[in-house]
Design a protein around this ligand. Structure first.
Ligand code: ATP
Length: 317
């Protein structure tokens, strides 16, 4: 029914090579690495063999060029990505703390990443898309949120489907407008991909079973709950849950695991794979990505993931 599309922030990430707290003294950094949760998601969709297209903006600079070249090389349609001559490509500087937490310095809202709107190219793409994936992180940007809302209505009106990764970030401010938009998107969601307490946030209900019941009553048909090193579980109405343990890997860089999981899961389901098989690929995509430095460097192709699955044991439950 047409490509999977995703609209939102396209960034480069530049990371400290040493573990520590913040940036209060000079540290060695490495980058730029293509990043931004929506960009990581759509890159993984294309890499596992789905038809995938991105909506967003980069600056007219090397950071933008590096990122667009990468998305295009991996098979993402970038015809609806604007190149903004007046604002630089969005950036995220990151440093890992010893406890695994991260300190960020972002330039999103004042960069090209947040300054895109509805264009003829976006309209043409949304009019032929079969699936829209929404990243909650993109809904905090007013322009992006309007594009997402309009695309959601178009895609759903022509019988397409919608997935949502709530992707709530403690660094981002969620005002009343974002909460309202978030609730509107939840009401249109077919497949929800939450982690941590996002199940409660999306449903507005405490407790896993009550939250799932509320979401199913609202029309959600599948919930893929991401559980980090504990793997993932898919819940559907009136069917037993399907759980898969995570793969046993050494984590080098956790950024992007959830986005790669989502890109692989959504694409495999759209390609007609069973929940069990899609879950295996999604767990593998998340696990493979954490073994490499850089937010989307470990996003594997279908062949990469097949090799990874054959060679990697599962973690013990
Ligand atoms: P993020 O926001 O950091 O991208 P998330 O919270 O949305 O991630 P996670 O549950 O951390 O999502 O990761 C998604 C999936 O990736 C997990 O369900 C698991 O399959 C895989 N994964 C993540 N971290 C690891 C790990 N350390 N070892 C093995 N698999 C992992």
């Amino acid at each position: 029914l047409g490509p999977t599309i995703c609209a939102g922030e396209i960034l480069v990430e530049i990371m400290a090579t040493s573990v520590g707290e913040g940036f209060s003294a000079p540290v060695e950094m490495i980058g730029p690495y293509p990043s931004g949760a929506p960009a990581i998601f759509i890159d993984q969709c294309a890499r596992v063999g789905g038809s995938a297209a991105m909506i967003g903006a980069v600056g007219r600079d090397d950071f933008g060029r590096v990122t667009l070249d990468r998305l295009a090389a991996d098979g993402v349609d970038i015809s609806a990505v604007a190149v903004d001559p007046d604002h630089p490509t969005g950036t995220a500087f990151v440093r890992y703390r010893p406890d695994g937490d991260r300190d960020f310095v972002y330039n999103i809202t004042r960069s090209a990443a947040a300054r895109f709107g509805w264009t003829d190219a976006v309209e043409a793409l949304a009019a032929r898309a079969g699936h829209l994936h929404v990243m909650g992180s993109a809904l905090v940007m007013a322009g992006a949120a309007e594009v997402i809302e309009a695309a959601a209505r178009l895609v759903k009106a022509r019988g397409g489907t919608l997935s949502l990764d709530p992707n709530l970030r403690k660094e981002l401010a969620y005002g009343a407008d974002t909460e309202r938009r978030f609730a509107e998107i939840v009401a249109m969601t077919d497949l929800l991909l939450p982690s941590g307490d996002e199940l409660q946030r999306a449903s507005g209900v405490e407790g896993r079973d009550a939250a799932l019941a509320r979401l199913f009553a609202m029309g959600v048909r599948e919930v893929a709950l991401k559980q980090g090193r504990a793997g993932a579980t898919v819940h559907r109405p009136d069917l037993p849950p399907v759980h898969a343990e995570a793969f046993a890997v050494d984590e080098i860089d956790p950024t992007g695991a959830g986005d790669c999981f989502g890109g692989a899961y959504v694409t495999c389901r759209r390609l007609g794979l069973s929940v069990e098989d899609a879950l295996t690929y999604a767990n593998a995509a998340g696990a493979r990505n954490v073994t490499m430095r850089g937010p989307m460097e470990g996003a594997g192709t279908r062949a990469d993931l097949d090799r990874f699955i054959a060679a990697t044991p599962r973690r013990a439950p």
